[in-house]
Design a protein around this ligand. Structure first.
Ligand SMILES: *Cc1c(COP(=O)(O)O)cnc(C)c1O
Length: 418
């Protein structure tokens, strides 16, 4: 459920007409509903209230510091995948003791930064990374709290680009090798083993892959315990899917129920790393129609948002519902909704049944809150969109639209060309 609803013939975000925001802020723009964000977080987090747990929102899904602050105020921790995300999280007021750090390619400087900030845990993805973390920690006179990210080799039945828990994926340490790695970790001077982690993929719409992964992790924790290695934090990652189109993902309470019953008899604090399920349906990308083109073969609606703003349709052939911001009663047509970028892959929707929109009308690309702005780029030298947070009957710009000056700020022309 989200808070983008029609009132009469106009689309609103909470109590503000989307048209008004577009008129004031310009397009394209990302729009988020505070009520939806808070409700989604609370429903998810609340579903685990029966067990000791920490919900670590996955920063990469939507990284704006205002949104991180909003979750931090609800008690959230965060899952980060870079030093930049640690920086954001701290800026937003997330306590370091609630930060877990995943990712296959942590650099030395990032590891030092994370250690100096005293984050809760590194989720380690390789033997070499483990050694480097130990060295860096030792040099700083610290002990790094670590979990090994286990690759449980389960098929999450999602798009291959967003599956991460299969043997062929680059993530994690294969479960067969992990026992030896843990034994090694326990003996390293800069390391304190605190947890175990897994994350099997994203946009998962069934409970069974999570349960399968958890069963493997559970058996593994028992094997560790037999070797005298205790696990305090069991991090089961993120990945719960949302409805973009016709998907019927489990409700967080169903997911939580399955996880909690699998945890019986385990004496750990659960860590969860939800991203998409919290923010996906809490955001929309608003764009204006620039031109319409009709040929014998196709109808095109050219809008001012493009693949640089929202790459998911181009990258994963992902479906996003497209809504007219004003209902005009225009007849329906089948059209491709495309952006201005010079790539045939630049589309937001293809062969979509949509009202015959006219120049100047607005559309809302729904379910764009996750992996929307955070994956946006400046391709074709397009300044990145503004981000706006609605709260009740008011709205705030939480990231200004970039300017052309912003785009060239870090560039320079060498002397020999002057
Ligand atoms: C991306 C990611 C998440 C969040 O995934 P969602 O599908 O958005 O819930 C959680 N943990 C890790 C390690 C990730 O890389």
């Amino acid at each position: 459920m989200h808070d983008f609803v029609y009132k009469g013939k106009s689309l609103y975000c909470e109590d503000v007409p989307v048209e008004r925001i577009a008129a004031e802020v310009g397009t394209p723009l990302y729009l988020y509903s505070r009520a939806t964000l808070e409700r989604h977080f609370s429903v998810f987090d609340g579903a685990f209230s029966a067990v000791p747990h920490l919900t670590c929102y996955s920063v990469k899904a939507c990284s704006n510091i205002a949104i991180l602050r909003l979750f931090a105020r609800l008690g959230a921790g965060v899952d980060v995948v870079s030093g930049g995300e640690i920086f954001r999280a701290l800026k937003a007021g997330v306590p370091p003791a609630k930060i877990v750090y995943s990712g296959v390619g942590k650099k030395r400087a990032e590891i030092e930064y994370a250690l100096q900030c005293d984050i809760l845990q590194f989720n380690v993805e390789s033997a070499q990374e483990l050694e480097l973390i130990s060295q860096v920690a030792e040099a700083l006179g610290k002990k790094a709290r670590i979990a090994l990210r286990i690759n449980p080799d389960v098929d999450p039945k999602t798009h291959p680009y967003i599956s991460t828990g299969l043997k062929k994926n680059k993530f994690g340490i294969k479960i067969e090798a992990a026992l030896d790695e843990y034994t090694k970790a326990a003996g390293l001077p800069g390391i304190q083993v605190t947890g175990i982690a897994c994350h099997i993929g994203s946009q998962i719409t069934e409970v069974s892959p999570f349960v399968d992964a958890l069963k493997r992790v559970k058996a593994f924790v028992q094997a560790l315990s037999a070797r005298g290695i205790a696990i305090a934090y069991l991090d089961i990652g993120g990945g719960l899917g949302i409805t973009y189109n016709e998907e019927t993902p489990p409700h967080p309470s169903e997911y939580a129920g399955a996880v909690i019953s699998e945890l019986q008899g385990m004496n750990c604090t659960l860590i969860l790393e939800p991203g998409r399920v919290i923010v996906g349906n809490a955001g929309a990308l608003v764009a204006r129609v620039l031109y319409t083109k009709k040929s014998d073969a196709k109808n095109f609606i050219v809008v001012d948002a493009a693949m640089n703003d929202l790459v998911r349709p181009s990258l994963y052939d992902a479906f996003h519902e497209i809504r007219p911001v004003q209902i005009t009663g225009a007849p329906g047509i089948a059209a491709d909704i495309v952006g201005p970028i010079c790539e045939s892959g630049d589309f937001l929707a293809r062969s979509r049944q949509i009202p015959d929109l006219a120049r100047g009308e607005l559309i809302a690309v729904m379910s764009a809150g996750a992996y929307g702005f955070s994956m946006s780029s400046n391709y074709n030298s397009r300044p990145r969109a503004a981000e706006v947070l609605v709260s009740g009957d008011s709205f705030s710009v939480i990231r200004q639209r970039e300017t052309c000056e912003d785009m060239v700020r870090l560039e320079s022309i060498p002397d020999y060309l002057t």
